[in-house]
Design a protein around this ligand. Structure first.
Ligand code: ATP
Length: 348
């Protein structure tokens, strides 16, 4: 559905993104994760045709965004980091305006009604956008992205600035939308990407450093990078012997969990598997190895490794099947009936 090939964007001498390539399959929900300044917004803006690239191509359903922009953009709904809302319009006026801009050929009333129902903004349609809470403004932003029934939805930091309840509602809504749309969600919030996305691309300093599901990334890193060992031996000597092994970056005591032994977390350099060397030294010292485990990395561990240690993972990108539809009781909650002006959490 989306093919990004060797994309590069420079500002003067500085690379905002450098030679990035990835695919997003039909119906997939992809998380685009990276620290501030990594190149997420630049990539989203190029994907949606708002920005041109210096090199590389983007194809949406086979259509090149730069060569045939109008055709490609018909297939894209975009929610930029700052939703393009007109505060002095009512929600209804605004959505009709966007409908006209997009030259949408569907029946206007029925289409806008359907979208308002989907994003749960029916009862604020007559209100001025500037009077809406941030969460409802964000829903209106998602509604404008949905006009024209695009196959692809690109959402740039969709929950920034929302309160925890609004965040849960918007995440649930995004999962729901992924039943009918291919979604790219850009974010620097790890739990968001973990809870919503099937596959994750991590970008750092303009380059893709990982591409896979959380468990794929974790297993690629954890088998080589972190071991948890229970060793029966004198603590200070064990620490010294492990720390001296080639490829060990850090050896941290996790304390005693079994009499006469201590647990150790052993962090290794990228690409180093020290298990054989560890066995050899422990056996030579006659310190029994009572347990050895590869530590499962959280997405946070993975993110930190990749964005601070300069590691890069091989970029396998199997397409996961589309998400299960959310349970009926996981639908976004209805906005409060009372459309008063006070800024309550669940108030429009
Ligand atoms: N118009 C511009 N002129 C010069 N440099 C720019 C411009 N836009 C972006 N950059 C630089 O390109 C790099 C990538 O920026 P981008 O906004 O894509 O990052 P980001 O991952 O979206 O960050 P954030 O999460 O903070 O929004 C940054 O170093 C940024 O300073």
């Amino acid at each position: 559905m989306i093919e990004v090939s060797h994309l590069t964007k420079r500002y003067g001498e500085k690379y905002a993104v450098q030679d990035i390539s990835f695919d997003v399959k039909d119906g997939e929900i992809l998380g685009f994760l990276g620290p501030n300044g990594a190149g997420k917004s630049t990539t989203m803006n190029i994907l949606t045709g708002y920005l041109s690239s210096n090199e590389g191509t983007v194809k949406i359903d086979g259509v090149d965004v730069l060569e045939r922009p109008l055709e490609a953009k018909k297939n894209i709904g975009y929610l930029p980091e700052q939703p393009p809302l007109y505060p002095d319009m009512t929600v209804d006026e605004y959505l009709k305006f966007v409908f006209g801009l997009k030259q949408c050929k569907l029946g206007r009333e029925a289409h806008i009604n359907e979208i308002c129902g989907l994003v749960r903004i029916q009862n604020v349609r007559g209100r001025l956008i500037r009077n809406l809470s941030k969460g409802f403004k964000q829903r209106v932003g998602i509604a404008q992205a949905l006009i024209g029934n695009p196959d692809v939805l690109i959402l740039d930091e969709p929950t920034v600035g929302l309160d925890p309840k609004q965040i849960i509602e918007i995440r649930t809504l995004i999962k729901h939308l992924s039943r009918k749309h291919t979604v790219i969600l850009s974010s620097h919030i790890l739990p968001e990407v973990q809870s919503v996305c099937e596959r994750i691309i991590i970008i750092n300093q303009g380059q893709i450093v990982a591409n896979g599901t959380t468990s794929e990334l974790s297993s690629q890193l954890s088998s080589e990078h972190r071991l948890i060992a229970r060793i029966a031996g004198p603590e200070a000597d064990v620490r010294e012997a492990i720390s001296d092994l080639s490829g060990v970056r850090k050896c941290v005591s996790l304390g005693m969990h079994e009499t006469g032994s201590s647990d150790w977390q052993i962090e290794c350099e990228t690409g180093q598997d020290i298990r054989r060397a560890l066995f050899t030294i422990l056996s030579a010292k006659d310190w029994p190895l009572l347990a050895l485990d590869t530590g499962e990395l959280t997405l946070e561990d993975i993110f930190l490794r990749l964005t601070t240690d300069g590691a890069v993972l091989p970029q396998s990108k199997p397409a996961a099947p589309p998400a299960e539809p959310p349970a009926a009781d996981a639908e976004p909650t209805e906005p409060a009936e009372n459309a008063g002006e006070q800024e309550e959490d669940d108030n429009p």
